[in-house]
Structure formats: C-alpha cells, structure tokens
Ligand binder design. Structure first.
Ligand SMILES: NC(=O)c1ccc[n+]([C@@H]2O[C@H](COP(=O)([O-])OP(=O)(O)OC[C@H]3O[C@@H](n4cnc5c(N)ncnc54)[C@H](O)[C@@H]3O)[C@@H](O)[C@H]2O)c1
Length: 390
C-alpha cells in the first residue's frame, strides 16, 4: 500500500488556501501543517483543515516531519523556501514563477540537483495547471504528431487578464519591483509563456516592449508585446495586458501544412493538401494557393473529477510515491522566466536579447528596486481568487 504523504502548504493567501483545500481532499496525502507569515491567516486556514499553524517556514521545515511542501508565497520567496526544503530532503511543488529571475531559478535547480545526490527520489514540480486544460493538451498532441509540418509562425494575443486597481491594491507585495519583481509578465503570464514554449518550443531571441503602470497606479508593467525568433526560422508574436475589456485570447500557429487557431474554446484547423513550401517551389502560377480544407477539431472532455491545480497536486503525489511523470518539472519553469526577463530587459535596453543571456536583468531589477519612489496603497482584506480561474 502506498504511504499517505505528510504535506504542508507555505503561504496560505488566495492561492495557497486553494492548495490546502485540494490537499485536504486528496486521499494520497494528509495536510499536517500550514505556514504563513500572517499569524491570523495561518491559524484560520490551519483550523479549517485540522492542521498545525506555523509563521516561519524554516521552523516548519525543521520541526514538522514532512514529506512534501507546496509553496504559494509571493514570488521572491519561491526559490529560497524550495532550497531550504531540498536541504532537508523534502519534495517541493512551487507556484509559478519558479523565481523572479532566471539566474535565481538556476540556483534553485542547482540546489535541487545537489540534494538528489543524498535523496535520489526527490521531486521538484511547478504549478503549470494550464497544461492540463484539454484544449492545450490536444494542441500539444497535434503538434507533437507533426500536424503542421515545419512551423513558420505562432501568434498569441492574450489580453483576457483584466485586473482592477482594487486587485493591485491587495497584498503589500503586488505590483512593485521590490515586492513582486514584475507585473503582467511575471504574475499572469508565466502560464501563457510556458504554454507557448511547451507547444512550439523555446525561442532563441526576443525583442520586447513593455509599458510600466500605463493603465494602473503600479510601477511594474501592465502591457507587454514581444517578437520571438526560433532556431529553424519560426517567428512568434505575443501581446498581453491587464487592461483590456473585453479581452482576447487567440493563439494562431501556422506551418507548411496549414494552420491551427485556438479561440473561444474551439480548435480550428486549416489543412493544406500539400506543403505550402513545396507548392511554392513547384507551382507554375504566381498566385495559386494549395488546396485547403477547414474543420473544427473536437476537444476531449475533462477526464476525472480533479480540476487544474488539483490535477497538478495529484500528479505531484504520484511523482513522489510512484516516480510517475509530473505535469511540469520545475526545470521547465526556466524557459518562461527567461522569456519574461528577456522581454523586460529588451524593452529597457532597446535591443534584441538572447534567451541564453538574460542575467543582465538581475542588475536592472536591483536598480529599479533601489531607485523606486512609488508609494503603494494597500487595501484591507483578502481577494477571492476563485474568480481568477473561472
Ligand atoms: N497557479 C495559479 O493559477 C496562481 C494564481 C494566483 C497566484 N499564484 C501564485 O501564488 C503566489 C501567491 O499569490 P497569491 O495571489 O496567493 O498571494 P497572496 O498575497 O494572496 O498570498 C500570499 C501569502 O503568503 C504569505 N507570505 C508572504 N511571505 C511568506 C513567507 N516567507 N512564508 C510564508 N508565508 C508568506 C502572505 O502572508 C500571504 O498570506 C504567487 O507567486 C502567484 O504567482 C498562482
């Protein structure tokens, strides 16, 4: 019989309290403790689930016999707490982003690899629950099967991230360089950037343009546009903002064999009868298009009763006890944070940035923190996060 895992959640605000509820409802684990630097919050969530309450993550990791933790603190602490857990041989599921900078993410990954010498079965997962959405899983299967042949273009407009000033005013850490380290790219778009690279691959270089506090009283970016170039010639475009109503969420992927478009929960497919590249070379006519058929590709219904975060948590538990594959290994979080850092760095420095050379962002970020004159207004109370993934 598989053992029941002893699990704690660190950071039980909007997101962490959802982790706690999923863990408490999962028979593979027992939620033994929660930890939050806000003692009242820690007590409240602990009482709800009959768990112990801690206010200091290090004390929790030292005192409580644990198999695993999930981390849902503000972003800067994700790598720090992960590394403390690895030192004790404790498995980690970190919220996205894996870290605020790619350099810091690599440090956490190096600590993980070092800890695996003494704890070979140690797992480090990242919460990329959007990968479990049937539409994205279907797109991934289609692209892996080569439905479009050589890819030429991927364009993602994702502006369905509306956030009000009220949202930004909640939580003393949100929307400042010091507290969060970025805006829409770091908070909302780790999912979008992860899905982009999961579906069409990691870009080689990035040209980015961001606007800081354009529509909100915040000091970080609330609008970003990027141009990606990939090995092999694929080009990508990406646009996002937290200030568009109604927003658009449209992903177009084009290749020599046609095009896939995901929008409004539907996948549409244009299938060329022959490769556009071959046709272009061979056709004895300047304008004749290859024959093309359009259809809708059915998206399978959600399987099982678990949804999104619950699925990632369940796979994490199976990863620990059975060595099963995770929804996303933490290492896969490096690509999206590198893309996010590259877009910001490119915008600040007005140049093309290689995805392998984004560490200049750390110094830039430090300068932004030290030079900040922005005063944050903090509103009372907790936000209801259930609304954010409905
Ligand atoms: N996967 C998703 O869909 C999703 C959705 C929302 C948020 N998130 C992520 O979850 C994280 C938390 O976001 P949130 O919206 O829940 O924020 P929040 O402010 O509601 O909650 C954060 C909690 O962490 C506590 N905290 C701060 N520092 C701590 C520390 N060092 N140790 C223990 N507790 C600490 C705070 O007191 C607070 O209760 C962020 O990194 C965010 O990106 C993920």
């Amino acid at each position: 019989m598989e053992k029941t895992l002893r699990v704690a959640v660190i950071g039980v605000g909007g997101m962490g309290s959802t982790h706690a509820a999923h863990i408490a409802a999962n028979p593979k684990a027992r939620l033994v403790a929660v930890c939050d630097t806000n003692p009242q919050r820690a007590r409240e969530i602990a009482e709800k689930h009959g768990a112990k309450a801690y206010v200091d993550p290090r004390e929790l990791l030292t005192r409580e016999p644990l198999d695993a933790v999930t981390i849902a603190t503000p972003h800067y602490d994700h790598p720090l707490i992960s590394m403390d857990a690895f030192a004790k041989g404790i498995h980690v599921l970190s919220e996205k982003p894996i870290a605020v900078t790619a350099r810091r993410a690599r440090e956490a990954l190096a600590a993980y690899r070092a800890a695996r010498v003494d704890h070979p079965g140690l797992r480090y997962a990242i919460m990329f629950q959007e990968r479990t959405q049937p539409a994205f899983a279907k797109l991934k299967a289609l692209l892996t099967g080569g439905i479009l042949g050589r890819l030429t273009r991927a364009t993602w407009i994702h502006t369905k991230w509306f956030r009000s000033q009220y949202y930004y005013d909640h939580g003393d850490w949100r929307a400042s360089w010091k507290g969060e380290g970025g805006g829409v790219l770091l908070n909302q778009c780790p999912h979008t950037l992860d899905l982009y690279q999961w579906l069409v691959g990691r870009p080689r270089s990035v040209i980015g343009r961001v606007s800081l506090g354009k529509y909100h009283d915040i000091e970080v970016e609330d609008e970003a546009t990027a141009f990606f170039e990939h090995e092999g010639g694929l080009v990508g475009h990406f646009h996002t903002t937290t200030a568009e109503c109604p927003g658009t969420n449209r992903l177009e992927i084009a290749g020599e064999l046609g095009k896939l478009v995901l929008e409004d929960g539907k996948i549409r497919h244009w299938k060329n009868a022959v490769s556009m590249l071959d046709h272009s070379k061979e056709v004895q006519d300047g304008f004749k298009l290859p024959e093309c058929a359009e259809s809708e590709i059915p998206i399978p219904p959600e399987s099982g009763s678990l949804k999104l975060h619950g699925k990632v948590i369940d796979a994490f538990f199976d990863g620990i006890t059975l060595g099963a594959p995770l929804i996303a290994e933490a290492e896969e979080g490096l690509a999206s944070i590198s893309m996010s850092n590259a877009i910001l760095l490119s915008s600040f420095q007005g140049r093309t940035v290689s995805l392998d050379d984004v560490d200049g962002f750390d110094d830039k970020l430090q300068g932004l923190i030290e030079g900040s004159r922005w005063k944050k207004k903090v509103a009372a109370g907790n936000l209801d996060f259930q609304a954010s993934w409905k």
